[in-house]
Design a protein around this ligand. Structure first.
Ligand code: T1G
Length: 717
């Protein structure tokens, strides 16, 4: 074996040369990998062998270009230079794939003459999730292999295609046994070399493109079908245009140049910057400064869930999905039956869409055992309470769990904002108590707020963060405060949205501005969906707020066909003259004059108070870093990922701009807009939220008492 460089080696297995990459964690196409490949292939082509195998060490084949290099000065040979070297090989080149062949990695593999993969391998073009497109020929080579329709689906969804499906669409030529990739790829290479057939470059096979020529309707209907899903994003449309160019361009080279041009536009644009930020923010959120990666983990072999309502059932599915048995406890048989039947319906719906087989459905349902007794939690490693949001009920439940559960069991509450220290205090083991705040529907929403209470032990935090990844969630650590991170920042937006309406903006104006900003729905449409009578008590209602008046008129939202909006039989919302009249009456009664309010003012008054609350969360240590707050909002509250998150957005707008507007609003409206001290400080120091790093790790203590706030805030991380 000869070492090409620190990450690439070359070995001759008799008549086959094997080029291997070993660049943890995911063999990304960094400058060293590219240089090593270029040199490696040059030597392999010159060597006295008949074929070349490209393989990777570690957990995966090349998982793409090195995203961390995108903002750095380019160095070393480029991906296209490596590809040209591979494609120009007079010997057959076989890419041997395990783990994930993604983005630039798949683009390199498509320059090989053949691809073999183990059954667990997955292949895909996830660039669209980074606000990009496959910029190294992926949009030109892929449709030549899988056809235009499949190529459109792959590059705009970013989905990872399992090896079996990849074989069916000719993306790979052979599935080889797990654990035998290297020798199988060498054998395959020998077989191809022995056949001596002319080598076919993917770029030269236009058969599948010909089939799409003269059929612009393929693209028109694809755009139409996905318009709602792609709303606000630039990258999906750019990907579609590149596939269109693959069909219409006069040559492969022309298509490639078009692709590169669009790639550069996206790469240098704000959306991809935000989505790449979000990629790393998600991974950063898993790191807790004072809980080292090697903190011991408590084994979670069995989970108990109290409450089979909407949340409990969804939470149970997350664990059954990864093979962890669940005991789901309810107080009444009817409620338990209802909860279990909803779980079954959810699984059957997924199976109907081809997401699960019937066998898998039954396997998962068998893992969820119903019970009417909390005593059945005695042998559980983790118990999650998902009962009614009342402190007295929570305390009663935790008192019982403290008596029933074994030593070392983790006692978790799914509260969305109650004081977990108070809950933990009723137990003799507050160190085992933590908040696991799932979002509805809990089997779908990716976000999990892991709430650290004052005495929560580090291994309980470490276990919860790792478990979250295991069940496919994105975990963010929050401190105990009303509403934790997400709901606490949502509150000022809600308050401001209602205040704007009391000044003359109409609910559908406010919703339109936030919808156009990229949220899936505005606060008033959201209210109608959830039901305006959530928390409304008829006997205590006095028509003091718009919501009370609407509920008194039985306009409780979508479910009654009217709320802020009027709804037709298809539940399509229309601005309501009834609501408008109520608002005008309200304003008239208040003695104020309704005034015209600009979209810009609506946006700033809804978003800036959230950002300000985010700054308070940071200074109080309730959130470790600004990017954690952004991960919460992108994955739990519909903040458009192509805007990065509220704190990233504030840095883009300019904190001085946000501060100036808040001060203006404070003067005009009141102290609800009083800027957070941290915001003042960052502006004074010409810094950004991205620069904010706590002077000392956010510990349980500091999370509870603002210790260590602001001193030496800024160290350029
Ligand atoms: N570049 C740089 N670092 C990467 C990386 C990449 N492509 N992929 C992963 N990492 C780091 C990640 O930050 C983390 O680091 C560690 O690897 C483990 O990742 C020209 C333009 C491969 C499915 O979009 O989807 O090719 O936090 O925690 O859950 O057309 O990582 O430990 O320091 O996510 O097992 C296209 C992105 C790039 C794939 C593994 N490729 N990666 O998931 O581990 S653009 C992608 C993933 C491109 C070309 C274009 C996942 C994974 P750290 P992890 P995982």
């Amino acid at each position: 074996m000869s070492v090409i460089n620190s990450v690439v080696t070359l070995a001759h297995e008799a008549d086959v040369t094997v080029i291997a990459i070993d660049s943890p964690p995911v063999n990304a196409l960094s400058a060293d990998v590219r240089d090593g490949l270029y040199e490696g292939f040059k030597r392999a082509i010159a060597a006295d062998t008949k074929a070349i195998v490209l393989i990777c060490q570690g957990r995966t084949f090349i998982a793409g270009a090195d995203i961390a290099e995108f903002d750095a000065q380019p160095r070393g040979v480029s991906i296209p230079q490596v590809q040209a070297m591979i494609e120009s090989s007079p010997k057959p080149v076989i890419a041997a794939i395990h783990g994930t062949a993604l983005g630039g990695g798949l683009e390199v593999a498509l320059c090989a003459h053949h691809r073999v993969a183990v059954p667990s391998a997955r292949l895909g073009f996830p660039e669209v999730n980074l606000g990009l497109l496959p910029g190294a020929g992926g949009t030109q080579r892929l449709p030549r292999i899988v056809g235009v329709q499949k190529a459109l689906e792959m590059v705009t969804s970013g989905q990872h295609v399992p090896a079996k499906a990849a074989l069916e669409m000719s993306l790979v030529d052979e599935i080889v046994p797990e654990g035998q990739l290297r020798q199988s790829a060498i054998a395959f290479a020998r077989k191809v070399a022995a056949q001596g057939k002319p080598l076919v470059k993917v770029r030269d096979d236009n058969t599948k493109l010909e089939q799409a020529k003269g059929h612009p309707e393929i693209f028109a209907s694809f755009r139409k079908t996905n318009a709602r899903k792609f709303r606000g994003f630039l990258a999906p449309e750019y990907n579609i245009r590149c596939i269109e160019a693959a069909v219409s361009a006069a040559s492969f080279e022309k298509g490639l140049a078009f692709e590169y041009e669009l790639f550069q536009q996206l790469l240098n644009g704000p959306q991809s910057a935000a989505q790449r930020y979000a990629f790393f923010a998600e991974r950063q959120a898993a790191r807790i400064p004072d809980v080292p990666d090697d903190t011991p983990i408590r084994p979670i072999k069995k989970v108990g869930i109290l409450g089979a309502g909407m949340m409990g059932g969804g939470i149970a599915m997350n664990f059954a999905n990864v093979g962890i048995p669940v005991t789901l406890v309810e107080v009444q048989q009817a409620a338990l039956d209802r909860g279990l039947s909803i779980v079954r319906k959810n699984y059957e719906r997924t199976a109907a869409r081809g997401g699960l087989t019937e066998v898998q459905v039954e396997e998962r349902i068998r893992l969820i055992a119903g019970s009417l007794s909390m005593e059945d939690f005695a042998d559980c490693d983790l118990i999650i309470e998902a009962v009614f949001e009342r402190m007295d009920i929570k305390k009663d439940v935790f008192t019982k769990l403290d008596r029933i559960c074994k030593a070392g069991a983790i006692l978790a509450t799914n509260t969305s904002g109650l004081n977990i220290d108070e809950i933990a205090a009723v137990t003799k083991r507050p160190q085992d108590v933590i908040g696991l705040h799932f979002f509805s529907p809990a089997n779908v929403m990716k976000l999990l707020e892991v709430v650290r209470a004052e005495h929560t032990a580090k291994d309980v935090i470490a276990t919860s963060m790792k478990l979250a990844k295991q069940i496919g969630k994105i975990a963010v650590l929050a401190g105990v405060c009303p509403g934790f991170i997400g709901n606490r920042m949502l509150m000022p937006r809600q308050i401001e949205a209602e205040r704007l309406v009391n000044e003359g903006a109409l609910p559908w104006d406010v919703d339109r501005v936030l919808y156009d900003f990229g949220f899936p729905m505005g606060p008033f449409a959201m209210g109608d969906l959830a039901g305006l009578d959530l928390g409304w008590v008829k006997e205590e209602s006095r028509g003091r707020t718009l919501r009370e008046v609407l509920c008194e008129m039985d306009r409780r939202g979508q479910k009654t066909g009217a709320g802020f909006y009027d709804y037709d039989e298809n539940r399509t919302a229309r601005p309501s003259p009834v609501t408008e009249k109520i608002i005008n009456d309200f304003i008239a009664r208040s003695g104020r004059m309704a005034r015209a309010i600009s979209d810009q003012e609506i946006l700033e008054r809804c978003i800036y108070p959230m950002i300000n609350e985010g700054a308070k969360l940071l200074e109080e240590g309730k959130a470790i870093r600004a990017s954690d707050i952004d991960v919460v909002w992108v994955n739990g509250y519909g903040w458009p990922v192509y805007r990065g998150g509220p704190m990233f957005y504030a840095d883009q707008v300019g904190l001085h701009q946000v501060l100036a507007k808040l001060k203006e609003l404070q003067a005009a409206i009141g102290d609800d807009f009083k800027p957070a001290a941290l915001l003042e400080k960052l502006v004074a120091e010409g810094a950004k939220f991205a620069d904010f790093k706590r002077a000392q790790p956010a510990t349980a203590r500091s999370i509870h008492s603002h210790e260590g706030q602001l001193q030496g805030t800024l160290s350029n991380a």
